[in-house]
Design a protein around this ligand. Sequence first.
Ligand SMILES: [Zn+2]
Ligand SMILES: [Zn+2]
Length: 166
Amino acid sequence: MNMNAPSTSFDGGCTCRQVRYRLTSRPLFVNCCHCRWCQRETGTAFALNALIEADRVQLLAGEVEVVDTPSNSGKGQRISRCPTCRIALWSNYGGGGDAIRFIRVGTLDDPDRFPPDVHIFTASKQPWVVLPPGTPAVAEYYKSSELWPAESLERRAAALARVPPR
Ligand SMILES: [Zn+2]
Ligand SMILES: [Zn+2]
């Protein structure tokens, strides 16, 4: 056993197993997005995204293909997909630049580890989805400074300083 290995890492990948990746720490925050755009892109009721610094995502196998995709904000998002099975593994949004990746939680080997920290865009939540009490929920978006733990805010600030937004 490598004693220098981080104590927490989380592996994931696409359906055909060509692309495999590893998160080298816990994510910053987990957004569950109920917007119409996420509903369309997933073909289901919401998207579950674990936000993490780009340099904490290691590619273990394969390469991703980046697909420029329109987004609700108008700034676009860049979705990284397996070039063979086309499963979306993560995306970057225009506003956040390349520093922060939005990992699709469902592509992790153990997606149960990261339940939502917040439900967003609940104004367009599908009516049958019943949100759990105790998890913050907002009609649209929120200020990170109001919901994120201090450690995550510090990590994000450090990541943005390393990789300035485009
Ligand atoms: Zn694949
Ligand atoms: Zn969304």
